[in-house]
Design a protein around this ligand. Structure first.
Ligand code: FAD
Length: 409
């Protein structure tokens, strides 16, 4: 490779990881990390958990201290927007007009929150949570809020609801589906978390459509539902999913379809450009869609794709085939998921009360395991699924069946 080296757009979890892993692998050409957020690359998960609850400060979020970047010769261009790619000239155009030449360009642009498409969504007091700035604003807003509406019973909405309820605030979660986390977890796990949240005072409105957010003097006052109900609120937090940041790729003529399309090696249709993390749609053995591709929003995916790509750029190519896994902390409960289930996959229960796992099966194939307060099951499930070991529904349900032995065998 010539001296232009690797340029990474997006200094989040995936962008940081590919840069760090390149250096770990002994890659010696320049590595430049361009990110529009100010400051050092940081972790997002605590933004809806410990950081929101005030149990950690902003420094505790940093992926590495400033010295790491200097020591590893990673040029961090923070607070800089990457505006366009000139593929013919292999140059990235920056927001300030500068050009940055690359030998290989990595798109690790992440995702942004999906906007709520109703009147009033731009009122003061209607907020979302993606970055540190959002989290700081929400932390401050929690100090004054009394009645909170959370739109969307997904992971982030529920994590936020749990933190707000623990502060004694009045919280209503409004969800279009009939249960929490409907796309991601089984009915059993959804029912458990519904009960857990209700137990700390959270109210739910399921199968609910929002008509408008109503305001007074430019500030949110209530959320109006299609069934005529109006839920008073002085803070509304919208968590209805994300959209991949793919525009820079599309404008450069790269293939996009709910994500920047890459092959099994995470390369776009241009061999000099790859995409990783939340923004990338890739073919996966765990893919659920009709074309076998998926786009995953998780720390595991961002880290493992960063490592996989760094290995390829360092001369050790391998198809990306890591098992997806995920966690979510809601109040005092920890949910961990290994694998990927379709909503129609059957669920088999192991354990009871507030410590159980749901093993998901499609036909006789294990597709995912959801563990609630059962960290041991989660680790075993990752081994089982990663190694493709066969497990029957009867074995999964039998508390005497030795799962660990099967996983290790
Ligand atoms: P990001 O971390 O989003 O980084 C992308 C970066 O690129 C951003 O800084 C963005 O501003 C920047 N960027 C985009 N376009 C440009 C451009 N043109 N020029 C310059 N910069 C650009 N995952 C879990 O597994 N477990 C959890 O518990 C969990 N909790 C979460 C809680 C919250 C509140 C959030 C928001 C996410 C959570 N996630 C969790 C998801 C996880 O954080 C993401 O999957 C992960 O951050 C994805 O990494 P990424 O590098 O692909 O994207």
């Amino acid at each position: 490779m010539s001296a232009a080296g690797v340029v990474v757009v997006g200094a989040g979890q995936a962008g940081f990881q590919v840069a760090a892993s390149l250096r770990e692998a002994g890659f010696s050409d320049p590595v430049t990390l361009v990110g529009d957020e100010p400051g050092l690359p940081y972790q997002r998960p605590p933004l809806s958990k410990a950081y929101l609850a005030g149990r950690t400060d902003a420094e505790g979020l940093d992926l590495r201290p400033a010295a790491f970047f200097a020591e590893h010769r990673i040029a961090l261009r923070a607070g800089v927007w990457a505006a366009a790619i000139d593929r013919a000239a292999r140059t990235l155009r920056l927001g300030d007009g500068d050009g940055l030449a690359y030998d290989h360009l990595v798109l690790a642009t992440g995702a942004r929150n999906r906007p709520l498409p109703v009147p009033g969504a731009d009122l003061r007091g209607v907020r979302q949570l993606r970055g540190l700035t959002d989290a700081d604003a929400l932390r401050a807003a929690l100090g004054d809020a009394r009645r909170i509406v959370v739109v969307g019973a997904g992971f982030i909405g529920l994590e936020f609801a749990a933190v707000a309820a623990a502060r004694g605030l009045d919280v209503t979660v409004i969800e279009a589906a009939g249960r929490p986390m409907a796309r991601a977890v089984s009915a059993e796990t959804g029912a458990f978390f519904r009960g857990a949240h209700e137990g700390i005072g959270v109210r739910f409105a399921f199968d609910a459509a929002i008509l408008a957010i109503e305001g007074e003097a430019g500030r949110v006052a209530a959320v109006r539902l299609s069934d005529g109900r109006s839920v008073p609120a002085d803070l509304v937090v919208v968590g209805i999913g994300v959209l991949p940041n793919q525009e820079i790729a599309a404008e450069a003529g790269l293939a996009v379809a709910d994500g920047i399309r890459v092959d099994a090696f995470l390369t776009t249709i241009d061999p000099a450009i790859s995409a990783i993390g939340d923004c990338a749609r890739y073919p996966s053995p765990f893919g659920l869609g009709h074309d076998g591709t998926i786009r995953i929003e998780s720390v595991q995916n961002a880290i493992d794709q960063g490592r996989c790509l760094a290995a390829r750029l360092g001369g050790r190519p391998a198809a990306y085939a890591a098992l997806p896994w995920f966690w979510s902390d809601q109040g005092r409960h920890k949910l961990q998921i290994a694998g990927l289930a379709a909503p129609s996959d059957a669920g088999v229960l192991r354990g009871s009360g507030d410590a159980f796992s749901v093993f998901r099966f499609r036909g006789d194939r294990l597709t995912a395991v959801e563990s609630v307060n059962r960290g041991g099951d989660h680790m075993i499930a990752r081994r089982l699924l990663g190694a493709g070991r066969a497990l029957t529904a009867a074995e999964a349900a039998d508390p005497r069946f030795d799962l660990k032995a099967l996983a290790m065998g």
